[in-house]
Ligand binder design. Structure first.
Ligand code: PGA
Ligand code: ZN
Length: 425
């Protein structure tokens, strides 16, 4: 049973306050979890409660959320059994009572939900991936490494938010990761040679002063080749367009100095997919532009993975809508978009049942917490998006996956290119 719940305010990777929760069980087991925070957030995400007190942390304090954990939530949860995650999360959802967790704050609720799961894993003496995923959880994910940052994650002129390399060479996660890291270092050399900045953005990727999508993609191809690998074979490419950020009320997309209709934008993507070994496009159309999403799914749905992030916000009800309307073929999974561990697992289960790929993801504001590394293995998602090969907030997740792979020994599975078999010719 739960003996004690304690929350505090700590810092995320951008230096903004966030919620950390410690749950202690009667057995003495302790689980500690820290909540991440996004910048290009979807409108239908669960609410991140901030104090808006201009005298502290420029209004970004989270003391209200911390108080909600130490007060209301602790009062309700202390004494309850912790071994039924669904029951704990149901109590949290009902105590909040709003559709978007705006009374207690999704940051308060998620911190508790994650910490309870971690405490239970410790009590049972198993790693978190085993506790959440059961005895069959053994698949390591392909890393989607965001090596060039743009959009709201960097101060450069790139409109597309993320340029990712997907190392799929080899039969193990550790080998694939090594390939990705070598490409990252090679890219750094190329940027230096060209007099471009090697400063990094929020997710640890470079943020050079370049303007065009093609220029960024060409740099990636060059880096892959110079590192000694074959683009399209050893390393695949992916984009997170985060297009809600360049979609305006006039139903037009403002990209690279051009104004495009959804049809023109779709054509722009088609050409990129023809020209580059891109296997995944995230948020190619804005979250409000379901017409655009239908169009792009019809045009490209059998050629690339089309990932709904801001579109679905890890919400099973919105995903159900998407399935009915034939929109997208994959979903990004972010715990704090929905606010509990159980609802996150429910969304993954629905996605799998309906043949949507799942990609477990970090937020641009992260911490040293490695929960998502375990979640990726627990759900057998096959893909994880957790940034580049710099910034400890990003490499912490990769390092945890290395430890998990080691602990699985010869039972570990890595499918690499197989994750994308639908889209590889
Ligand atoms: P965010 O970005 O965490 O700032 O929302 C990540 C993403 O869009 O995938
Ligand atoms: Zn995204």
């Amino acid at each position: 049973a739960i003996k004690k719940i304690k929350a505090r305010e700590v810092l995320d990777s951008r230096g903004n306050p966030t919620v950390e929760v410690e749950v202690t069980l009667e057995s003495g087991a302790v689980g500690r979890a820290t909540v991440p925070s996004g910048a290009s957030t979807g409108e239908r995400e669960a609410l991140e409660l901030r104090d808006h007190d201009p005298n502290r942390y420029l209004g970004k304090g989270v003391l209200k959320a911390v108080d909600n954990v130490n007060g209301l939530i602790a009062k309700e949860l202390v004494g309850l059994e912790a071994d039924n995650q669904w029951e704990i999360d149901r109590v949290l959802i009902e105590l909040d009572g709003t559709p978007n967790k705006s009374r207690l704050g999704a940051n308060a609720i998620l911190g508790v939900s994650m910490a309870v799961a971690k405490a239970m894993a410790q009590e049972k003496g198993m790693p978190l991936y085993r506790y959440l995923g059961g005895s069959m959880a053994n698949k390591l994910p392909v890393p989607l490494m965001n090596v060039i940052n743009g959009g709201v994650h960097a101060d450069n002129p790139l409109d597309i938010q993320e340029f990712m390399i997907l190392p799929v060479r080899g039969t193990t996660f550790s080998e694939a990761l090594r390939v990705g890291v070598e490409v990252f270092h090679t890219l750094k050399h190329i940027l230096k040679e060209r007099g471009l900045s090697t400063c990094v953005g929020d997710e640890g990727g470079f943020a050079p002063q370049i303007k065009s999508t093609e220029e960024a993609l060409d740099l990636l191809l060059l880096a892959i080749e110079k590192a000694g690998y074959v683009p399209g074979q050893d390393v695949l490419l992916a984009l997170d367009c985060a297009s809600s950020e360049f979609y305006y009320e006039d139903e037009l997309y403002h990209l690279e100095g051009r104004v495009m209709s959804r049809e023109e934008l779709c054509e722009f993507y088609s050409k990129l997919v023809e020209r580059y070994p891109i296997v995944s496009l995230e948020d190619p159309m804005a979250e409000d532009d379901w017409e655009g999403w239908k169009l792009v799914t019809q045009a490209l749905g059998n050629k690339v993975q089309l990932v709904g992030d801001d579109l679905f916000t890890t919400n099973v009800n919105i995903l159900r809508e998407g399935f009915k309307k034939g929109v997208a073929n994959a979903i990004l999974i972010k715990l704090n978009q929905i606010g509990t561990v159980s609802e996150t697992l429910q969304t993954v289960a629905y996605a799998k049942d309906h043949h949507y790929s799942t990609i477990v993801s970090h937020r641009s504001g992260e911490t040293e917490d490695t929960f998502i590394a375990h979640l990726a293995v627990a759900t057998g998602s096959g893909q994880i998006k957790t940034g580049s090969a710099s910034r400890t907030d990003r490499t912490a997740k990769y390092n945890e996956l290395l430890r998990i792979e080691e602990s699985l020994g010869c039972g570990a599975v890595f499918t690499g290119r197989g994750e994308f078999w639908r889209f590889l010719r």
